[in-house]
Design a binder for this molecule. Structure first.
Ligand code: ZN
Length: 187
């Protein structure tokens, strides 16, 4: 990541909004933004499937659910945060490959650390798990609040956007999908 370029560019933004980039509080802001962006966008260009290499065979063929994985991401349209919970469910494939719970959270974290839109985030998580674990089915549901909705425009504080992505049997078999969705919705 080119932090020097972020620094210069953010200095230009400060000037463009008629601020004085040399005043006390703002002096180090371009550098702070460069450090922050390095952290927030660390997932750009990385392959989440590599995180799944440590999956193991358990011979388990029933639905596994991981609920309430907290995430923070940046909306690519406004560069403002959106954040909330990811819920993941999967049925292991023929070889019964499963993955540690922390690995699922790492996949979510990597994919969230890119300029994102919530719809694609669900798709990217589902695809990474479907390709990386070769399960029978994967379902991903994301509930999030978007600061670009809460702070500006319609200003709907606390409004939640829900997106989902389904792969495998969850797509074609209504009973499996309903089992997954009912477990996600139960609190
Ligand atoms: Zn936005």
């Amino acid at each position: 990541m080119n932090k020097e370029k972020i620094k210069q560019s953010f200095g230009n933004i400060l000037q463009a909004i008629n601020e004085d980039p040399t005043r006390d509080g703002l002096q180090d802001t371009p550098k702070r933004i460069a450090d922050l962006y390095q952290e927030l966008f660390a997932g750009v260009g990385k392959d989440p499937k590599e995180l799944l290499d440590g999956s193991f065979e358990l011979g388990h063929r029933e639905l596994i659910i991981l609920k309430n994985i907290q995430f923070f991401s940046m909306c690519e349209h406004h560069f403002l945060p959106f954040f909330g919970m990811v819920h993941i469910g999967y049925i292991p494939g023929k070889d019964g490959r499963v993955v540690g719970i922390s690995k699922l959270a790492e996949v979510v974290n990597l994919i969230a650390h890119r300029p994102q839109i919530q719809e694609r985030m669900a798709t990217e998580i589902a695809d990474a798990l479907y390709e990386g674990l070769k399960p029978d089915s994967v379902g991903v549901v994301i509930e999030a609040e978007h600061m670009c909705m809460s702070m500006r425009g319609i200003k709907k504080l606390g409004a939640k956007v829900i997106t989902s992505a389904l792969r495998g049997r969850f797509r074609t078999d209504i009973a499996s999908r309903q089992e997954f969705m009912s477990l996600i919705e139960k609190h």
